[in-house]
Structures are given as C-alpha cells and as structure tokens.
Design a protein around this ligand. Structure first.
Ligand SMILES: *Cc1c(COP(=O)(O)O)cnc(C)c1O
Length: 236
C-alpha cells in the first residue's frame, strides 16, 4: 500500500510541476511518519523514501534508535522546545520550525558541541489561524538576520503550514506570501533556497507556488490516531 501511495504522490508532484513549468527534481518529498511505527518507516525506506518527518522529540528519538543503519534523513517538523534540542542535535538532518532566537541559540550551542553545521528553516505564520506557531511575516526578516549570525547554524529557507481548510485553494495565499517573503529577504543578500510548504491536502498548490519540500503523511500512510501533546511534554 505504501509503495502504491508513494508512486501516486510522485505522479501528482510531477503533474503539479509540469503545470507551472518546474522540474520534479526540485521537490523533496518528506514522508511524515508521526504516530506510525519504525517498521512502517522501514517499509517507506524500502520503496525509496529517505526523508522522514517527525513532530515529537521522544517519538523521533525512539524510532531513530530502532532504525540505526538505515539510510534516513531525519526532519524535525514540529514545534521544538529549547530543552529538547540536545536529544536530536547529533543526527537530525533539518529542523523545519525555528521561531525564536532562544531556540536558535540552543541549536547553535549543540551544533558547536557536536562539531557540525545545523540546517534550519524559519517557521512563518502566513495565515490568520492563531493555533499555529511561527513568527509573523513582519518579524521574519530580522529573525533570518539574527539567526544567520549564530555559529554553526545555517538558515537555508522558510517553512509554513497553510490554513486547515478543506479547499486547497485557500492555502494559495499563504504559500505565495512565503515565497514573496523569501524573495524579498534574498534581495538583501541572504540565500534561502528551501521552501517547506504543502501537506496532504494542499501540496499541489504549494508546488505551484514554489515549494521545494512537501511534508506528506496521510496520503502515504493513511489517517493517524489523535495524539496527546501532554504525553510528549512529560516524557523526556
Ligand atoms: C503532521 C504534519 C504534516 C503531515 O500532514 P498530512 O496532512 O498528514 O500530510 C505536515 N507538516 C507538519 C508540520 C505536520 O505536523
């Protein structure tokens, strides 16, 4: 089932690219495996998925333990608490949702400790929905500049979550805002090649608007059980 779903998603990514004259090679598919088992991740790896996205630190740490030796790039796509950076800093591939200097400082500290460079994206709040984390559009410019000064932190792009609305067209404004924001910051001499935007419901619109990374869970693995955030807060 996973193989079939991945094939289907890849075809849809290609069609969306074609529609706007882009090349499918520009898009990284991050398979979002939160709430699914390490065994499920192994199955995804078997069909050629190597970018895996997780939203909860303890869960990602456990799966990372079980999957040592597999060719996996671990993406942390959730809200990262400052005191949990240390658990993933040695091996995480990309942190998608940095939204404060405080978090940036902690990432810098641990990256330096592990003698590595840490790639990060800044999460921008592009829709009015107040449940989302992320910085307001007007603060993005300053945060990119501040984070770019930190040792061993590489700000390589921006990330956003579209509004959770049934019609994907409602996400277009958010995604366009992210791209235009990126363009305006790049005009000041920064390099932000990565745009992480688009999920199961709206990834095609995201690609049309310039996404280079889409984060897809449900369309590959099926629907998730609701997870309790409180468990995560108390667990590590
Ligand atoms: C869960 C999650 C996804 C995947 O969502 P689907 O709708 O299942 O594709 C993508 N991005 C983030 C930040 C998530 O938390």
């Amino acid at each position: 089932m996973i193989a079939e779903n991945v094939l289907n998603i890849k075809q849809r990514i290609s069609s969306a690219c074609k529609k706007v004259g882009r090349n499918a090679d520009e898009i990284t598919l991050v398979a979002v495996t939160k709430t699914f088992s390490a065994e499920t991740i192994r199955q995804a790896v078997e069909v050629g998925i190597n970018d895996i996205g997780e939203s909860y630190v303890q869960e990602m740490v456990k799966k990372h333990e079980k999957l040592k030796g597999e060719d996996i790039k671990w993406h942390f796509i959730g809200h990262l608490q400052t005191n949990k950076v240390k658990y993933i800093a040695d091996w995480v591939h990309l942190i998608h949702a940095v939204d404060s200097i405080k978090l940036g400082n902690e990432i810098s500290k641990w990256a330096t400790k592990y003698k590595r460079r840490m790639d990060v994206l800044i999460e921008i709040k592009t829709s009015g929905q107040f449940t989302h984390f992320g910085v307001p559009v007007e603060d993005a410019n300053m945060l990119v500049k501040e984070l770019s000064k930190l040792p061993n932190v590489n700000v390589c792009g921006l990330m956003t979550i579209g509004p959770f609305l049934p019609d994907p067209e409602y996400s277009r404004g958010s995604f366009r805002t992210l791209r235009l924001l990126r363009d305006s910051i790049e005009n000041e001499g920064y390099k932000l090649p990565v745009l992480s935007m688009g999920m199961t419901n709206d990834f095609e619109v995201a690609i049309e608007e310039g996404a280079t990374m889409v984060r897809i869970g449900t369309a590959i693995f099926g629907s998730r059980k609701i997870r309790n955030q409180q468990d995560e807060n108390n667990s590590i």
